[in-house]
Design a protein around this ligand. Structure first.
Ligand SMILES: Cc1cc2nc3c(=O)[nH]c(=O)nc-3n(C[C@H](O)[C@H](O)[C@H](O)COP(=O)(O)OP(=O)(O)OC[C@H]3O[C@@H](n4cnc5c(N)ncnc54)[C@H](O)[C@@H]3O)c2cc1C
Length: 394
């Protein structure tokens, strides 16, 4: 039996630290349940660490469409979210592969404080329900019921590159090449005249500038990328399966808890679902740890296994994978859906995947001198120091 969170009197105010998707999803659910909520946000606006970043709301992990799922959870979908069924992949040898799904693979969304962004839509829904959102308000200590939704604690992956303007049609392009995005992928997204190009790397952070440069050059060679008004941008991602997602008496949600897709870093769904689960726990008295373990646990351990397999593949493995699926006239949506299902037999690989993750965190290349290494937790330097010059780290 896990901890049972007792029902509180409805006049108790619930404090939430962080106005990201996790914190706002929790606030909206609590307000729907008739509770008084105050959200504290350190920054002066929502989505500060993302600027006008473009991100994919993945649509393959569940049978149900992700926008229907959000509506079912009581969350707004009143943000710009064009569906993407097709795009282009490249292997390390520059060979091109069509990525085509019979259903939308993802919905592209804009992050940050702009007019039709995911963050603004959630903020407006929360406020319409009577939630008080206090900007420039850092919550460091709180008594009583609280939800901690403060984003990543440390960096297990970084995505670094540029935002820019473009007159290209909307689209997405991905390169699987450890020489430009070690153990990750490089991506180019365009929506409504805006673009982002990034190297999403899971190791080799010390060489991040080199990888970013190679990413930009690769997209220039492969698709003729042109960036108008490029602005550096980058951020970190945190992946963990926590023992418990409760700190003191407070419920921990989103990336602060480590909830994220281990394989490729799709964290928005985990953030919003965990926010809703934490709120339900406060409303209904069910143990939050039991709720997230039941609803998110299988996706988390499956993601950890996917990550270990992917990291072991290397460039030849990525190519084999792309080739194999291409020749079978694959439906990319179906393929990804299968990959994200926690088949019981797959669980046998979990001890191996955990060991791989532990080993990855011991960065053998770190000499601790002028250390920008975010794997090792030896120092008290800020996470991902090297990213600060990219301007958007909070
Ligand atoms: C470059 C990049 C690209 C990404 N692309 C994708 C993608 O394509 N698809 C996808 O699904 N996911 C993507 N992600 C991951 C996704 O953005 C995150 O998983 C998600 O935003 C996590 O939401 P959150 O609410 O937990 O944290 P955050 O969005 O980080 O929000 C936390 C908030 O808490 C505030 N805060 C921090 N400390 C305090 C405090 N003490 N008091 C008050 N407020 C505080 C912060 O200012 C911040 O606004 C990407 C991440 C990065 C960095």
């Amino acid at each position: 039996m896990g901890l049972i969170v007792p029902k509180k009197r409805t006049e108790d105010v619930i404090q939430i630290a962080g106005a990201g998707p996790a914190g706002l999803a929790a606030a909206i659910t609590l307000a729907h349940g008739g509770r008084q909520v105050i959200v504290h946000e350190t920054q002066a606006q929502v989505g500060h660490r993302f600027g006008a970043d473009l991100q994919g709301l993945e649509n393959w992990s569940t049978e149900q469409d992700v926008l229907d799922m959000l509506r079912g959870l009581g969350l707004t979908t009143d943000f710009a979210a064009p569906p993407f069924e097709r795009g282009t992949g490249f292997d390390a040898w520059g060979k091109r592969y069509d990525i085509v799904g019979k259903k939308p693979l993802f919905y592209m969304v804009e992050r940050g404080p702009g007019p039709r962004t995911l963050d603004t839509a959630l903020l407006e829904q929360a406020r319409a329900l009577g939630v008080e959102v206090r900007f420039n308000s850092r919550l460091d200590h709180v008594e009583g019921d609280a939800v901690l939704a403060t984003g990543p604690k440390t960096a297990d992956a970084i995505a670094v590159g540029y935002h820019f303007e473009s007159d290209w049609d909307d689209g997405f392009w991905i390169i699987y090449d450890d020489n430009i995005a070690p153990k990750g992928y490089a991506y180019l997204l365009i929506m409504n005249g805006c673009g982002t190009v990034k190297s999403c790397m899971f190791t080799g952070f010390k060489q991040e500038r080199q990888y970013v440069q190679r990413t930009v050059e690769a997209f220039q060679d492969l698709v003729g990328l042109e960036m108008k008004n490029p602005r550096p941008h980058g951020g970190a991602g945190n992946f963990r399966i926590p023992g418990r997602a409760i700190s003191g008496a407070h419920l921990v949600v989103g990336e602060q808890a480590g909830f994220q897709d281990f394989l490729w870093g799709f964290g928005m769904r985990f953030a919003m679902v965990s926010g809703v689960l934490a709120a339900r726990s406060l409303l209904e008295g069910e143990s939050y740890d039991e709720l997230w373990r039941r609803e998110l646990g299988p996706q988390l351990w499956n993601g950890q296994i996917n990550r270990a397999i992917y990291a072991a593949l290397g460039n030849r493995g990525y190519r084999w994978f792309l080739n194999r699926n291409q020749t079978r006239r694959w439906d990319a949506h179906r393929f990804l859906h299968g990959l994200y299902q926690p088949w019981p037999l797959k669980r046998l690989l979990l001890p191996w995947a955990r060991r791989r993750q532990r080993l990855r965190r011991k960065d053998a290349s770190c000499d601790h001198l002028d250390c920008h290494c975010v794997w090792c937790r030896h120092g008290d330097h800020p996470v991902a120091v090297g990213l600060e010059e990219y301007g958007q780290r909070s």
